[in-house]
Ligand binder design. Structure first.
Ligand code: DC
Length: 219
């Protein structure tokens, strides 16, 4: 069974996806983490995100894996190195949308996402899961929230991990990513026609998970 969870940055997809997968005993696949891992590698190798041929060559020669750990966390492996923490840094967040808009990069990532998702029952979260990666997913959700609320959630999350960033910086970043992610030519963020829309602005994480589990059970 494939469960697709799409939506904009800061809507709570990863927390919801991870915990929903755990409750169901499914694999959790954070597709945003894959684009983030590629972004980290580009920065480390000094490759500009605007140098598309070099980015594509790099992506072709990169091994990304996601490991669901016993404690419920997800290890993001970049060429066998655990980069789970590094990929959440603002320097990655600022550039990731530019990497994710490259057509050939998406082709490589989508291929990997399909391979991972077909291994066993999975919950995938991203921007194009229900529209492109698994258009035949068994259940599709589009998780949304008001812009200010998404900024607040992302800001709290970053504060908790000890990152020095202001509310205004988070606001500018989300605005920038919303624009790039939803206007890019290839697989833009878009609600699939058959996705269940959840406005989570006034919902707690537990309520969102409950709403998703209920809809999965009830078909
Ligand atoms: O969900 P996230 O913030 O970790 O995603 C990071 C970026 O990756 C996001 O700005 C857009 C991109 N992304 C994408 O284009 N397609 C996906 N399936 C997942 C993420």
């Amino acid at each position: 069974m494939i469960i697709a969870i799409d939506g904009p940055a800061g809507a709570g997809k990863s927390t919801v996806g991870k915990r929903t997968a755990r409750k169901l005993g499914f694999l959790y696949i954070d597709t945003g983490a894959m684009y983030r891992a590629l972004t980290l590698k580009a920065i480390e190798q000094g490759i500009s995100v605007n140098d598309e041929p070099a980015i594509i060559r790099m992506a072709e020669n990169t091994v990304i894996d996601l490991i669901n750990k016993e404690d419920g966390s997800l290890a993001v492996m970049l060429d066998s190195r655990d980069v789970s923490k590094e990929i959440r840094q603002p320097r990655i967040t600022q550039l990731v949308s530019d990497i994710a808009k490259i057509k050939e990069v998406r082709r490589i990532m989508v291929c990997l996402q399909r391979k991972l998702g077909k291994q066993k029952n999975s919950v995938l979260d991203g921007r194009d899961i229900g529209t492109v990666v698994f258009p035949d997913a068994d259940r599709k959700f589009y998780v949304d929230a008001d812009f200010k609320e998404r900024v607040r959630r992302r800001f709290e999350e970053l504060k908790e991990t000890g990152q020095a960033i202001t509310f205004e910086e988070v606001e500018a970043d989300l605005h920038n990513r919303d624009t790039i992610d939803s206007t890019r030519a290839v697989a833009p963020l878009k609600r699939a026609d058959d996705a269940i829309y959840l406005d989570t602005t006034k919902m707690s994480i537990d309520e969102v998970i409950e709403a998703i589990l209920t809809r999965i059970k009830n078909g």
